[in-house]
Design a protein around this ligand. Structure first.
Ligand code: MN
Length: 512
């Protein structure tokens, strides 16, 4: 949808001149890279300023071009974006040498992204940059390939997920995983293909049965099959003892319909045709996933005894799931407004309201309106707090965490031997809720042991899990009480009645 405007043309000229003589590792002229980033940003329907900043994103760091010149030529906004991207790169302790910071990368880099990526568009440019670098990773030496790929899995894929850019997340994951673990990648690819072939006929029958029923009811729909990505299969297998027979959604049939009501209608129709499996109906429309994902999922057993997952959603939900925030730069304000009044967006968990605000701003930007840049400010971690170790390391915890959560996060032995906590220089009770920016120090005593009373003093799933398993080994008869205190920081209002919502999922904390 975007055209090459005179400003974009000028940016290309300036970048080409600035990068003149520089080569990529592939041997191509360097300008290939910023131009590829431009193209990706265009595909994501980003606004003109973002596209220009994408073209110029490596100039300030790698060429004589200055921020001042960029500002003179293209204005404050573009300069701000380029500066943001440059700062991100610089902050990575001289990103020329990945080796220097990579051992610690995960957490710190993601936090860095969030901290420096004040304007969401900075992060989107960064993602486009990373995506192109991944696509051309083959040119680097194998050691570097692995490092960059691992970093992409740990940092950039979760970032894409945060921005709900499902398609980008999948591309990052698949490409990276291929480099991180090529053997496993090929193995799972073969396995998936095999399953697909075996299930093909039965799937077709199931699909036809549903299609027939929908036609009878005059329901308009689109149907496609979606095959689970290799990387998410890999992750899921780890959770299910590598038993692929326990994974029911390798192939899912996806029905895209016109509105929310129809989604539920289709679900009813599917259930009248096939027997739903116990506990496998998931209503992510009423209760969206943490990143805002909406859809109905159900797993059924067909008449041929084939287990099939169905996913039902509106095309708007679909678009949103695939392209996420970047997609919304494309929507005009009208469309957004109607989505809001229809109540689609208001169903987002309240802590995701920032998405809505961003969307509104994005729409305005796309239609050429001036907006207050503060509105593009990011609050990706509304449900998290960042606290510090006495040494200054940043630890992120779910909101509501207490000193023991922090202790277990550092190390399960530090948790087990904790006998006190000092927060901001003062001894505190272990039931104290930690606040953003607290400096936390844990006092440990050798050979001291956890006790069951601590169950009330942990909040995070991680700490609880560690604690319970320690209690088990100390008190063989220990039976944990039911998890009434399951942390639900993101969904406080709906906690009690929402067994499907998984708190503190790994993807929010990709480094566990
Ligand atoms: Mn770059």
């Amino acid at each position: 949808m975007s055209k090459t405007t005179p400003r974009i043309k000028r940016a290309i000229e300036i970048a080409t001149k600035a990068h003149e003589g520089q080569l990529r590792k592939t041997g191509e002229p360097y300008i290939i890279h910023p131009l590829a980033v431009k193209k990706i940003l265009e595909e994501w329907n980003m606004d003109e300023d973002t596209i220009i900043a994408g073209i110029l994103h490596d100039t300030v760091e790698d060429t004589p071009l200055t921020l001042k010149e960029i500002e003179d030529q293209f204005g404050k906004d573009v300069a701000f974006l380029v500066n943001g991207v440059t700062k991100l790169s610089k902050a990575r302790s001289g990103m020329k040498d990945l080796d220097q910071y990579l051992p610690k990368t995960g957490d710190n880099l993601l936090k860095l992204l969030i901290a420096t990526g004040q304007d969401i568009r900075v992060l989107i440019i960064k993602l486009a940059d990373r995506l192109h670098n991944l696509r051309t990773l083959g040119a680097l030496p194998p050691e570097k390939q692995k490092k960059i790929a691992r970093e992409s899995l740990e940092v950039f894929a979760p970032l894409a997920d945060r921005l709900q850019m499902g398609r980008v997340r999948v591309e990052i994951e698949e490409t990276s995983f291929m480099y991180v673990n090529p053997k496993r990648y090929e193995e799972l690819k073969r396995l998936t293909a095999d399953r697909l072939k075996k299930a093909d006929k039965k799937l077709k029958a199931a699909r036809e049965a549903v299609e027939q029923a929908l036609k009878k009811e005059h329901i308009k729909y689109k149907c496609d099959g979606r095959v689970k990505s290799i990387y998410s299969l890999h992750k899921k297998l780890a959770k299910y003892d590598q038993n692929i027979d326990r994974i029911y959604d390798i192939i899912a049939l996806r029905f895209i319909v016109e509105d929310t009501t129809t989604c539920y209608l289709v679900l009813g129709i599917i259930h009248s045709l096939f027997k739903p499996m116990d506990g496998r109906v998931k209503d992510y429309i009423a209760m969206p996933k943490q990143n805002g994902y909406q859809s109905l999922h159900t797993t059924v057993i067909t008449n041929d005894k084939q287990i099939v997952e169905f996913q039902i959603r509106t095309s708007e939900m679909h678009d949103y799931a695939e392209r996420g925030l970047a997609a919304t730069f494309f929507y005009n304000e009208q469309k957004l407004t109607s989505a809001y009044t229809e109540g689609r967006v208001s169903k987002l968990p309240s802590n995701l309201l920032w998405i809505r605000e961003l969307q509104e701003s994005a729409a305005k930007l796309a239609s050429g309106e001036k907006i207050d840049r503060r509105k593009l400010k990011l609050n990706l971690f509304a449900d998290k707090i960042f606290v510090y170790t006495p040494k200054g390391d940043i630890i992120d915890l779910p909101k509501g965490s207490m000193p023991l959560d922090f202790a277990y996060r550092l190390h399960s032995e530090i948790g087990a031997q904790c006998t006190g906590a000092i927060v901001n220089g003062k001894m505190v009770d272990l039931k104290t809720k930690l606040q953003q920016g607290d400096v936390v120090e844990i006092i440990t005593t050798k050979n001291s042991k956890p006790n069951p009373g601590w169950l009330d003093k942990v909040f995070s799933r991680h700490a609880r899990h560690k604690l319970v398993s320690q209690l088990h080994s100390i008190f063989p008869n220990f039976a944990p009480k039911p998890k009434e205190k399951e942390p639900q920081a993101r969904h406080q209002k709906t906690t009690k009645s929402t067994p499907n919502l998984k708190p503190e999922k790994t993807k929010n904390n990709p480094h566990r």
